[in-house]
Write a protein that binds this ligand. Structure first.
Ligand code: C2E
Ligand code: CA
Ligand code: CA
Length: 956
């Protein structure tokens, strides 16, 4: 290291030190609180340098914001800290459960500071136990910390589940785990979640709040804590949740957690026969071409099958009332779709899973005379028929064979109205023969579809299906709906624009006709009912926003009057609205919707409209002055809503997502434009990096392509369609190869050779990347082994790994096992992790890199310089190589400052003993300039493109 480097490094370190220790210079008058801090993974962590962190550490820091306290942490065992606190040698401790014994010795805060489960851990490779398989725990030897209050909870848990276990007490958590590893006990009971691949959790029970405590009599301090806790809980209701997510992250990727019994059931179950009703396009029907079960329900069931491992065989049935459930021949175990409000209750008293799809109903009616008696035409033997009968007992209902016949009856005047699912209604309204009919969305009437399970089937089946359905999120279901109603029906988009007649505008034009219908309802209290129905149809009861129906009507009226001015539809919703409901309750969710409604009401001027479609989905018709302006307006709106929800409801970081579609000159059908905006909105929803998306044809094609890929991916992996290409890394001083990077390709049977950009982000979204990454890694192992056998020279080959692996505690072990299976030295298998992953989740990245390094795999930080790079962060991570991203490398040739930056960077990294690889070098000049800046190892087209293994073998 030369003198210049040393001094710049020293300066850098000094700066870091000064910055990190800045609070130490804060005014000395603040009170020093002595905190007892006992290590407990996630809750209170302590690193090798004795630096505390974790859930309670962050909590204490937040408290200090209000009290101006400074902390003096004493790190020790739980019992030791408690004893010191009792003697008054410490002032405060957190993370303590309330027990009567402890209440006698200490002052407890009134408010808790979180909740904790008790967890029972076993060795990960112990096959005897599975999660929640309580019966198997009978007779287990369980280790527990001496004198721990957990004993009572464990005994209680055993009692509840009619099992008994024997217990052995140990002095510390370390001693517990040593006993587990040596086999002295089968399991250990601790009150925290522990992220260690050597152990896994088989039971979690007794969730209990924990508290701050102070020595007996020390009431001032604990009351101050209480005051702050109260403030935090009221003004920042998301605070604790955010800490939980940060320090106790759940395993991502959506796969259901099955118990042993459920897994056994899945493994041994025969293919299950699933009955579906033919003819219910677009929800469920038989595909004319293939004869297969198709539609939205079919896609959801397929997804259930692939997530759960259950196999389904679909059988069309003519009606739902006499299906041979669980009889001898052709036993049927499941019904593809049964609404939860089904009436009459389905045959043989089916059990229902949770609902997987909610479909709003639409009333289609004709113009009518005020005094005429209302006759409703309904398809026979449908759930909708019964729902309408129950909801409107005064209507005379006539049964018809099909929905077509119902609509025909309305058209011909035989019936006044019919009710259909939203999607079916739209289909009918596209028919120009129905141009004189009106449609009204019945916001409060919906069908919530569930899977029906025969009562003769094993009850486990219901829990398996429920767990699986809860892994399918709303966005996915929306995607199926869009695919089935938009992409599928209009094979190409050009078609969509040309073909759509003015179907929806006609629905809206005829508001007068609806009023006719409403006023003519044949009931005793004519007026009250009519007003009520008018209100239902026009004003959304929850938020007071204009209803979807009202919006459509007013939007088309407005567009007719303003003629010539450009307008755009903006479709939007709240990111992760479901989480708000489930975390804080529906009433806060409702408040948020009202808040959104108020803001929308304020931002629309008199020549603009908005309405609530359903749930958190709103649509706006805005004047359009250009994409940039619209984007700016959306951002402003987003900020306004976020601020309002923050000040009024204490919700931090609320975020809207939106999609927009301008009305084109030849657009006659506003509903088609709204569809496009909705479509764009789905994109924004699916991509956490963008909150706003503008519709384009390319976008539509992209989505249909993604769907094809998603459908084909699993088969492709089995068929060996994924190929590994190798790109060399060359030392430009000697032109000698120093290593290579493995890059995936997909040889798709219909679409040809696909580069990763076409499918990687999709695979990240559906977690399939976990499989392909390991597949590539295994191919590389095999390739290295093969080269070794043939006596070819060996260099490290790097593989890319997605961020999703970070959550897998057994990741490093999996790599080790694969490498060892092929007998390849770990030093020949390099792991590439992108800089962003390391930035976003530094703590977990730290652990992962540490384990990787321990296992002897070389580590690269990939794409350095493509995001917000941080040298400070790099200094905290274990790694060997930095790969400079192409964007930074290229910058060197256009900007002298970039060149200075890069050469400085290379010097610092070399001083840190790291190697540097420059990516994306395409020409000799580039290579030479980089060399002059100190970058020697080059990966880029200048030396070679990524090559198939055979070609790579020949060349290197
Ligand atoms: P990456 O890890 O940054 O890989 C380098 C990319 O730069 C490769 O693109 C490579 O072909 C390209 N490249 C190399 N030299 C040049 C050059 O001189 N000029 C230009 N313009 N490009 C160059 P590729 O193979 O298309 O891969 C794209 C990205 O896909 C990779 O970027 C990586 O993030 C991801 N990827 C590829 N294979 C895998 C994999 O097996 N697993 C995961 N998780 N991601 C992968
Ligand atoms: Ca890479
Ligand atoms: Ca890269």
């Amino acid at each position: 290291m030369n003198g210049y480097c040393k001094s710049s490094l020293a300066l850098l370190l000094l700066l870091c030190f000064l910055l990190c220790s800045f609070p130490a210079f804060a005014d000395d008058s603040s009170q020093v609180v002595r905190v007892g801090f006992y290590p407990l993974a996630g809750l209170q962590n302590v690193d090798e340098n004795g630096q505390p962190s974790g859930y309670l550490y962050d909590y204490l820091m937040e408290i200090a914001q209000y009290t101006d306290w400074k902390y003096d942490f004493y790190i020790g065992g739980l019992e030791e800290c408690l004893q010191m606190l009792e003697k008054g040698e410490l002032d405060l401790m957190g993370g303590i459960r309330r027990t009567t014994a402890r209440m006698k010795l200490f002052e407890f805060s009134n408010y808790d500071c979180g909740q904790m489960d008790i967890n029972l851990y076993i060795k990960s490779n112990d096959e005897r136990y599975a999660y929640d398989d309580t019966a198997a725990l009978h007779g287990m030897r369980v280790g527990i910390e001496r004198g721990s209050a957990l004993m009572t909870d464990l005994m209680h848990y055993c009692q509840l589940n009619s099992i008994s276990v024997s217990t052995a007490e140990y002095d510390s958590q370390d001693a517990l785990f040593t006993a587990l590893c040596s086999g002295e006990v089968d399991g250990v009971c601790v009150s925290s979640s522990i992220d260690d691949s050597r152990i896994r959790c088989v039971a979690a029970f007794a969730p209990r709040a924990f508290y701050f405590i102070s020595p007996k009599g020390c009431t001032d301090l604990i009351r101050q804590v209480d005051k702050v806790l109260e403030t935090i809980k009221i003004s920042k209701p998301t605070f604790e949740q955010a800490l939980r997510t940060k320090h106790f992250p759940a395993i991502p990727g959506n796969s259901p957690m099955f118990t042993r019994a459920e897994l056994d059931y899945i493994a041994t179950a025969d293919t299950l026969n699933v009955a579906y009703m033919d003819g219910g396009y677009p929800l469920e029907y038989t595909d004319e071409n293939t004869g297969d079960f198709a539609g939205v329900h079919a896609e959801i069931l397929e997804q259930v099958s692939s997530l759960s491992g259950l196999r389904f065989n679909y059988i069309p049935v003519p009606n739902r009332t006499d299906i041979p459930m669980e009889q001898d021949e052709q036993t049927i175990s499941l019904l593809a779709s049964v609404p939860d409000n089904a009436n009459p209750t389905p045959p043989n008293g089916l059990r229902l899973t949770q609902s997987y799809l909610t479909i709003p109903l639409v009333m289609i009616a004709r113009n009518m005379h005020p005094d005429e008696q209302i006759k409703v035409a309904m398809p026979r033997d449908t759930y909708i028929l019964h729902l309408i009968q129950d909801t409107f007992p005064d209507y005379a209902i006539e049964g018809y064979d099909t929905s077509d016949a119902c609509v025909a009856a309305v058209r011909s005047g035989k019936a006044t109205a019919t009710f259909l699912s939203e999607y079916l209604a739209r289909e009918h309204l596209q028919d120009s023969r129905n141009a004189s009919l009106t449609a009204t969305a019945m916001n409060s009437l919906t069908l919530n579809y569930c899977i029906g399970v025969s009562t003769k089937a094993d009850p486990l089946l219901v829990s398996i299906l429920d767990k699986t359905l809860s892994c399918i999120d709303d966005a996915e279901v929306q995607d199926y709906l869009i695919a089935n109603t938009l992409i599928h029906r209009h094979e190409n988009l050009v078609d969509l624009f040309i073909r759509n007649p003015a179907l929806w505008s006609m629905i809206l034009v005829a508001s007068v006709a609806v009023l006719f219908l409403l006023t003519s309802i044949n009931t005793l209290n004519k007026n009250r009912h009519a007003k009520e129905l008018y209100r239902i149809a026009n004003i959304d009861a929850l938020t007071g926003a204009p209803s979807a129906y009202c919006f459509h009507r007013e939007a088309s009226q407005l567009l007719r009057t303003v003629g010539g001015i450009p307008y755009v539809f903006l479709y939007m919703n709240i990111r992760k609205f479901k989480d708000i409901n489930s975390l804080y309750g529906y009433s806060l969710g409702d408040d948020v919707l009202r808040c959104l409604n108020n803001t929308l009401h304020d931002v629309c001027d008199e020549n603009e409209r908005y309405g609530r479609i359903y749930a958190d989905r709103f649509v706006l018709l805005l004047k359009y002055t250009g994409e940039k302006e619209l984007f700016e307006r959306f951002n402003q709106l987003n900020r306004r809503v976020a601020d309002a929800c923050h000040t009024q409801h204490g919700l931090a970081n609320l975020c809207l997502v939106g999609g927009a579609a301008p009305i084109l000159d030849d657009d006659k059908d506003i509903h088609a434009v709204i569809d496009r905006a909705n479509y764009a909105c789905q994109q924004a929803e699916a991509d956490s990096r963008q909150d706003f998306v503008m519709f384009s044809n390319t976008l539509a094609f992209k989505i249909s392509l993604q769907r094809t890929l998603e459908k084909d991916m699993a088969g492709a992996l089995e068929a060996g369609e994924f190929l590994v290409y190798y790109q060399p890394k060359i030392n430009s001083d000697s032109d000698q190869i120093t290593g290579a990077e493995a890059l995936i390709r997909w040889q798709h049977s219909a679409l040809g050779l696909l580069p990763p950009i076409e499918f990687i982000s999709l695979f990240e979204k559906n977690a399939f990347i976990l499989k392909t990454d390991l597949y590539v890694f295994e191919q590389v192992c095999a390739y290295q082994a093969n080269r070794q056998q043939r006596g070819k020279p060996l260099y490290p080959i790097s593989c890319n790994f997605s961020r999703l692996h970070l959550a897998n505690p057994a990741f490093v072990e999996t790599l080790e096992a694969l490498a060892d299976r092929y007998n390849v030295a770990h030093s020949l298998l390099e792991v590439e992790i992108t800089e962003t992953v390391a930035m976003e989740d530094t703590e977990r990245a730290q652990v992962l890199l540490f384990k990787l390094a321990e296992a002897g795999f070389p580590i690269s930080i990939d794409d350095f310089g493509s995001g917000y790079s941080s040298l400070g962060l790099l200094s905290e991570l274990d790694f060997d190589i930095v790969k400079i991203d192409r964007s930074l490398t290229m910058g060197v040739f256009t900007s002298p400052n970039r060149a200075i930056l890069l050469s400085g960077l290379v010097r610092i990294l070399n001083a840190m003993d790291k190697r540097v690889v420059c990516e994306g070098v395409e020409t000799k000049e580039q290579m030479e300039q980089l060399r002059s800046l100190g970058c020697r190892i080059i990966q880029g087209y200048y030396y070679s493109r990524p090559l198939p293994d055979k070609d790579f073998d020949q060349k290197y």
